[in-house]
Design a protein around this ligand. Structure first.
Ligand SMILES: [Zn+2]
Length: 53
């Protein structure tokens, strides 16, 4: 729903799994446990989700 609202000029966003810096072009978001998490790719989102279970 809606577009991504990222304040990339203020916040340095990193993949929450591997730590890769994210830009508006490579960011992958997933809602896990009711919160939005940011990753570099689907693979990292899957790995993070599996780890947090
Ligand atoms: Zn990653």
């Amino acid at each position: 729903m809606g577009g991504l609202r990222l304040r990339l000029d203020k916040d340095v966003l990193k993949c929450e799994y591997c730590g890769m810096p994210l830009t508006e072009h490579n960011v992958y978001t997933r809602e896990i446990g009711g919160k939005t998490h940011y990753f570099c790719c689907e693979h990292c989102a899957d790995a993070y989700e599996a780890k947090s279970r």
